[in-house]
Design a protein around this ligand. Structure first.
Ligand SMILES: [Ca+2]
Length: 262
């Protein structure tokens, strides 16, 4: 059961149970501090988020409300946006070259957009189950499908090159949602939880959890759909941003050292 896997993974992370057999050690839970707080569109059902060229780029979901937008960090203002087809449910986005590539949740199609004009330049069939979050390294594009798998694609064709199975202390971590490539790791927030997993892309092992319970409590307002979902990394200035669906705020956070690490 995916949910059981997730609960077990979280419990192991908190309790710090010892590993069995040759499974890796239980990942520690890492703290953070809020560096800056910014406004975020509380109508945005955030599905994708990244930082590029001085702006946040965000995609939103829900049928009839899905778009791709360029957002000013300081005031949260949407400076440019394009709707995806009104019958579809938008999902993750990633930049590649002059393009933005976007997924849909269950519509089995992805789109390519000119990043400057936000005009659609193409589409492609998307046959790997559901589309969830996306991110990129220098070489490829990674994408989740709601399970514990991260699919690594050739950006030119969006064909799968390899697959990462994500585990924490030997237990599959399901419902990996919005993704972000950060300093050689993949960060993934886990749907319906306050957790971000820091994943080793070579092994799929979770190296640490980041527990954002306090930010979820500040923003969800009791709405179960208002989950943590949105991680962006400004590599140049080493700023880590997080937000959630329908959250009124977006945060820059700084991670505190992993317990027990130098
Ligand atoms: Ca992201």
């Amino acid at each position: 059961m995916p949910r059981l896997h997730l609960i077990l993974a979280f419990a192991f992370a908190l309790i710090g149970c010892g590993a069995t057999g040759e499974a890796p050690a239980a990942p520690p839970t890492q703290g953070y501090e809020v560096v800056n707080t910014y406004p975020h569109d509380s109508q945005a059902f955030t599905e994708g988020l990244f930082w590029k060229d001085g702006f946040l780029w965000e995609s939103t979901g829900l049928v009839g409300r899905s778009d791709i937008r360029r957002v000013n960090l300081a005031d949260g203002r949407v400076v440019q946006k394009v709707d995806i087809p009104r019958t579809m449910f938008g999902e993750g986005i990633v930049d590649w070259g002059d393009e933005i590539i976007s997924l849909t949740w269950r519509d089995r199609v992805g789109f390519r957009w000119n990043r400057r004009t936000l005009r659609q330049t193409g589409s492609f069939p998307f046959t790997i189950g559901e589309g969830w979050g996306m991110t990129r390294s220098d070489r490829d594009i990674s994408e989740g499908d709601g399970s514990s798998a991260i699919h690594v694609h050739d950006p030119a064709t969006m064909r799968e090159r390899r697959r990462i199975q994500v585990t924490a202390d030997g237990v599959a971590v399901d419902k990996l949602n919005e993704l972000e490539w950060v300093d050689g790791e993949i960060y993934a927030n886990v749907w319906m939880t306050p957790l971000i997993a820091r994943i080793d892309p070579a092994t799929g092992h979770v190296r640490a959890w980041i527990d954002l319970t306090d930010l979820v409590n500040r923003n969800a307002g009791g709405n179960p759909d208002a989950v943590l979902n949105g991680i962006a990394w400004d590599a140049e200035h080493r700023r880590l941003f997080v937000t959630g669906k329908l959250w009124p705020h977006l945060y820059e956070i700084r991670l505190t050292p992993v317990p027990g690490a130098n």
